[in-house]
Design a protein around this ligand. Structure first.
Ligand SMILES: C[S@@+](CC[C@H](N)C(=O)[O-])C[C@H]1O[C@@H](n2cnc3c(N)ncnc32)[C@H](O)[C@@H]1O
Length: 294
């Protein structure tokens, strides 16, 4: 297969990255960028073929995805985008599910992910894939025709950590035109103590992921130029300590130490954090935010 190497430029004319652009069997174009992001390096073993069974199969389950698909379909019906980009798409489950619910002729569907291993598992040849970090994506790269755009995202904002969240929301806003939709499903908590507990857990696992409260996330979105039109529920995710140990290469001693510290500090919290003889269960509470660029 032939590859073409070239450089794209941002709006002020600075070179961003060298991209590889390759044609697939259907003659469609896939963009690729060569970089390995430290943010995913530790969990790379969980990506690709393993992803559909991760966390009890959460990310490959049609019933679980239904509320997000429904919010996405509503946003598409209102705004009629020409381009729908799934940011941090993983193996591309969300856009594949969308296609089960409709054909969307003429709409350019694009999976964007920093993990090549995830993108390689995408099976639907009508969906393009772009191997690039979402904090470098530009609307011109997504669609040189600069047509109406919609962003969808599931379970990605936490990868940017506390410090990176607001800059990312601002950056994504800078790529959108007023009125365009950003529909995302994100782990966040009603109660401050529940967010604090999970953030301590990730700190102790030495993973730079951060989870806000619903109120914090709503404020950040508003302050970075998004109107939050609707917040709706989505199924919770269960992460067992066994999953987390495998995902982040933790030993039994780490797990016991973390379980004991969290239990002592916060006590039992059914439906949030439960200590078990082997470790613990941690529950992530998802919400779907339907946002529009203000
Ligand atoms: C928890 S998974 C969710 C995957 C997919 N959205 C789904 O719901 O099945 C998070 C995904 O975000 C991707 N990701 C993390 N940081 C990223 C970044 N900076 N740019 C693009 N993708 C990123 C990871 O590679 C991973 O595939």
């Amino acid at each position: 297969m032939a590859y073409l190497l070239f450089t794209i430029y941002d709006s002020v004319g600075q070179g961003l990255k060298d991209l590889k652009w390759k044609g697939n069997k259907m003659g469609e174009q896939h963009w690729k960028i060569k970089s390995i992001d430290p943010g995913i390096a530790r969990e790379i073993g969980f990506h690709g073929s393993h992803w559909h069974t991760a966390h009890g199969g959460y990310f490959a389950n049609s019933t679980i995805a239904r509320p997000l698909i429904s919010a996405l379909k509503d946003a598409i019906a209102i705004s009629s985008p020409a381009v729908v980009a799934d940011l941090g798409a993983g193996t591309g489950f969300i856009l594949s599910e969308l296609r089960m619910h409709g054909q969307y002729p003429g709409v350019r569907l694009i999976n964007v992910d920093i993990s090549e291993r995830q993108l390689e598992k995408g099976v639907d040849s009508r969906i393009l894939s772009l191997h690039v970090s979402i904090d470098e994506i530009t609307r011109e790269v997504l669609d040189p025709g600069n047509r109406p755009l919609l962003f969808v995202m599931r379970s990605v904002l936490h990868y940017f950590g506390h410090k990176g969240l607001r800059p990312l929301l601002a950056y994504l806003r800078s790529q959108m035109k007023t009125g365009e939709f950003f529909v995302h499903q994100t782990i966040c908590f009603e109660q401050e103590c529940d967010a604090q507990r999970i953030n301590l857990l990730f700190q102790r696992m030495r993973v730079n992921k951060w989870f806000p409260t619903v109120s914090e996330l709503s404020t950040y979105l508003r302050e970075e130029g998004w109107t939050v039109e609707r917040i709706s529920p989505a199924p919770n995710i269960l992460a067992t300590s066994q999953d987390l140990a495998e995902r982040y290469q933790l030993g039994k001693k780490d797990i016991y130490r973390i379980r004991d510290e969290i239990s002592q500090l916060y006590g039992e919290a059914p439906g949030m954090f439960v200590a078990t003889p082997d470790g613990f269960y941690e529950y992530g509470h998802f919400k779907i935010f339907t946002c529009r660029a203000t």
